[in-house]
Design a protein around this ligand. Structure first.
Ligand code: LLP
Length: 421
């Protein structure tokens, strides 16, 4: 459930008409709902109630500081994957002991940053990374808390570009080699091994792949403990999917997921961490865009809107489906028509939807992309020299611009011209 509903014939973000935001900031823009963000965080937090746990929001999904602050104030930790994300989380007031650092390619500089500023744990993904982490920590007179990400070789049954738990993926160390890698880690004075990490992919719509992976984690916990390692924390990653199409079967709920986690891992007495991103932010955000032209093609009509693939790349990159709805509610009985919905970027890939049934629309009408809160603004670019679009946060009847649209000059003046020109 989200807080983007029609009231009196118009789409609202909580108690703010979406059209009022468009009037204030221009289109296109992203708008997020505080109530939806908090609701989704709480679903996960409640799902693990009674178990020692921390929900570390995977901030790669949507990393505006206002979003981070909203979630951190509710008790969330953060999962970061770069020095930039680490600094952003810190800037939003998240304490180091609530930040976990994931990712296959942490540089020595990023590791130093996190050791200096404080970190809950590094999720280590390879032996060479362990060597760098050990050396960096020792040089700083510190001991780095680590979990080791194991690759359980399970099929997440999701889009190939966002599956991470098969042996052919670059992530983690093969579970078959876990014992020797833990032995090596235990011999490094700069590391303190505290647990196991696993993340098998994103937009999972069934629990079965998680179950398979967590069974392997449970087994491995026993084996590593028998080898003399302290395994007191299990980081179970993120990945629970969201319903993108309203008429599709809904993925399992966080409560189902939480119950499964208890069933598979509860007996081990470990602290549990999870790293959901999409399920917290996805349905908490819309991208709102205006129709520029309706163009009649030979065999179809094109809805040309002012948002483009640089603003929301998911359809172009993953063939992702997003519900696209008119901001003015369609009156009952209006016959729907078929549109290809496209942006102005000079690529045929800049297509959001083909043959999509919509009410008849005209230039100047607003449309909203649902489920655009996760992997929307964060994946945008200024391709075609289109300035990054603004982000707006709604809280009840208030709204605030949380990242403004840069001017053309700001965008252009980031370039510098060498003196020989
Ligand atoms: N933890 C780790 C280590 C991850 O790599 C990810 C996502 C997450 C947690 C959060 O997964 P989530 O709960 O959001 O599914 N850009 C793609 C999704 C990429 C996901 C990458 N890793 C998309 O737009 O679908």
């Amino acid at each position: 459930m989200d807080h983007f509903l029609y009231k009196n014939g118009a789409l609202y973000a909580e108690d703010v008409p979406v059209s009022a935001i468009a009037d204030a900031v221009g289109t296109p823009f992203y708008v997020y709902s505080t109530a939806t963000l908090l609701r989704h965080f709480k679903l996960f937090d409640d799902a693990l109630e009674g178990v020692d746990h921390l929900v570390c929001y995977a901030m790669k999904a949507a990393s505006n500081q206002a979003i981070l602050k909203t979630l951190a104030q509710a008790g969330a930790g953060m999962d970061v994957v770069s020095g930039g994300e680490y600094m952003r989380a810190k800037a939003a007031g998240v304490p180091g002991d609530r930040i976990v650092f994931s990712g296959v390619g942490k540089t020595a500089a990023e590791i130093r940053l996190a050791l200096e500023g404080g970190i809950r744990q590094f999720n280590v993904e390879s032996e060479p990374e362990m060597v760098v982490l050990d050396a960096t920590a020792q040089a700083m007179g510190k001991v780095a808390p680590v979990t080791i990400r194991i690759n359980p070789d399970v099929d997440a049954k999701t889009h190939a570009k966002i599956a991470t738990g098969k042996s052919e993926n670059k992530f983690g160390i093969p579970i078959s080699r876990a014992r020797e890698v833990y032995r090596l880690a235990a011999s490094m004075p700069g590391l303190e091994v505290i647990g196991i990490d696993v993340h098998i992919g994103s937009q999972l719509t069934e629990l079965a792949p998680f179950e398979l992976a967590y069974e392997k984690v449970a087994e491995l916990t026993e084996v590593l403990r028998a080898d003399g390692h302290t395994i007191r924390r299990l980081d179970l990653g993120g990945g629970l999917g969201i319903p993108y199409a309203r008429d599709n079967q809904a993925p399992p709920l966080p409560s189902d997921y939480g119950a499964m986690v208890r069933r598979k891992l509860g007996h081990l007495g470990c602290e549990i961490e999870i790293e959901p991103g999409r399920l917290i932010a996805g349905n908490a955000g819309l991208m709102v865009s205006e129709v520029i032209y309706v163009k009649s093609g030979e065999d179809r009509d094109f809805l040309i809107i002012d948002g483009a693939m640089n603003d929301l790349i998911r359809p172009a990159m993953y063939e992702a489906y997003h519900d696209i709805v008119p901001v003015k509610e369609t009156a009952a009985g209006v016959e729907q028509v078929r549109y290809d919905i496209v942006g102005p970027v000079c690529e045929s890939g800049d297509t959001f939807a083909r043959a999509r049934m919509m009410p008849p629309l005209a230039a100047g009408d607003l449309v909203a992309f649902r489920s655009a809160g996760a992997y929307g603004a964060v994946m945008s670019s200024e391709y075609n020299s289109r300035p990054l679009i603004p982000e707006v946060l709604v809280h009840n009847d208030q709204f605030a611009v949380i990242r403004r649209r840069p001017t053309f000059d700001e965008m252009i003046n980031r370039d510098t011209i060498p003196e020989w020109l």
